[in-house]
Write a protein that binds this ligand. Structure first.
Ligand code: NAP
Length: 341
């Protein structure tokens, strides 16, 4: 039973249970800060453990030369945090009141928690098209993924025709990456021009293995146990056609899980938490730190998330000890954070 008293003021509350959250918990608990983790309540869209819970094989997390199953990796990180007596609640934090000190947090179970520091590690959700078979095959390892860098090198995708949906930098990057393994990569984009930066678009278009289906949307994902093809619709003519593919990668953006922080800490236009610089985890509110995909729309890797989780715990520890989040004299005002000073 996790011991949580609403009378007590927590040193560190960690919100989120992906690699960033658990790494922060390991560091904070080993620093004897007795952290409390809200690992999130399971929902249709997200389960405790975050995005890696939907990944089959993780081959790029250091320390696992044979690769490791995404769920197993997350369970191991959770166990490691528990080993140092991290307390865990399977609830969401739905509200943070940062108008005074301590911070006041409310959970999905109606719990009120007071905290000296908060580490936000709630991650981001990959956007999906929302097609029924897309979701089924994504969750069963059936060749549908929202992360080419995570899954593209798996043997099942070798020498196949692979589809990438999207027209942004991620789609260009992922399509280019996939050409290392694929026979051909088909970028499916709903308009007749890419949103991606010209240099990345050019690089993709110049690659002889990459073809583009312009003005096309995916209306159906075909396949029982593994994807076999896609039904595409021409956005101009309405005409439908089927293409055979051996893998589908979505690159249609991510949504950071920050709705509960709107008006609390500074967010960028896309909803990601702004932190002090690219390499620090201090937010616009002193005592609130952010780690992992919730503050990083660029790298989005398990190992970078874990790295920032470590940084957030160390910064929280220093803040608790010295009353400032980073070095003495560092300006963490909202203006300085926004300016990246
Ligand atoms: P993005 O720029 O928002 O692009 C998303 C793409 O998906 C757009 O082309 C959009 O089409 C398409 N899309 C969105 N919803 C769709 C739907 N329901 N059905 C079909 N298509 C849909 O996202 P991103 O590519 O992930 O990039 C996010 C940020 O990260 C950007 O600032 C980007 O520059 C940056 N980034 C940089 C690099 C790099 O420099 N190496 C790599 C990756 C990402 P429309 O164009 O029609 O809206």
């Amino acid at each position: 039973m996790t011991e949580v008293s609403e009378d007590r003021i927590e040193n560190v509350v960690i919100i989120g249970s992906g690699p960033a959250g658990w790494t922060a918990a390991v560091y904070a608990s080993r620093a004897r800060l007795d952290p409390l983790v809200f690992e999130g309540a399971p929902s249709r869209e997200m389960i405790p453990g975050g995005q890696l819970m939907f990944t089959t094989e993780v081959e790029n997390y250091p320390g696992f030369p044979e690769g490791i199953d995404g769920q197993e990796l997350m369970m191991s990180m959770r166990k490691q945090a528990e080993r140092f007596d991290t307390r865990i609640l399977t609830e969401d934090i739905v509200e943070v009141d940062a108008s005074g000190r301590p911070f006041i947090l409310r959970s999905s179970e109606g719990r009120t928690i007071r905290a000296r520091t908060v580490i936000v590690a709630t991650g981001a959700r990959a956007n999906w098209l929302g097609l029924e078979n897309e979701q089924r095959l994504a969750h069963s390892g059936g060749g549908v993924s929202a992360c080419a860098v995570c899954d593209g090198a798996l043997p099942a995708f070798r020498d196949q025709v692979l589809a990438v949906v999207g027209g942004g930098d991620s789609a260009m990057e992922e399509a280019t990456y996939l050409t290392k393994f694929a026979k051909e990569v088909l970028i499916i984009h709903r308009r007749d021009a890419f949103r991606a930066s010209p240099i990345m678009a050019e690089r993709a278009l110049d690659n002889p293995k990459i073809k583009v289906a312009w003005n096309s949307t995916v209306t159906e994902v075909l396949g029982d146990d593994f994807i076999t093809g896609l039904r595409l619709k021409d956005t101009h003519t309405g005409e439908e056609r089927e293409v055979e593919v051996g893998g589908l990668f979505l690159a249609i953006g991510h949504t950071p899980n920050t709705a509960f922080l709107r008006g609390v800490v500074e967010l960028d236009e896309a909803g990601y938490i702004r932190t002090h610089t690219n390499w620090r985890t201090a937010t616009s509110v002193e005592g609130i730190f952010a780690a992992g995909d919730v503050m990083d729309d660029y790298f989005r890797q398990a190992v970078t998330a874990a790295g920032t989780g470590c940084m957030a715990a160390l910064e929280a520890e220093r803040y608790l000890a010295h009353g400032h989040p980073t070095d003495p004299g560092v300006d963490v005002s909202a203006e300085a954070v926004a300016a990246g000073d």
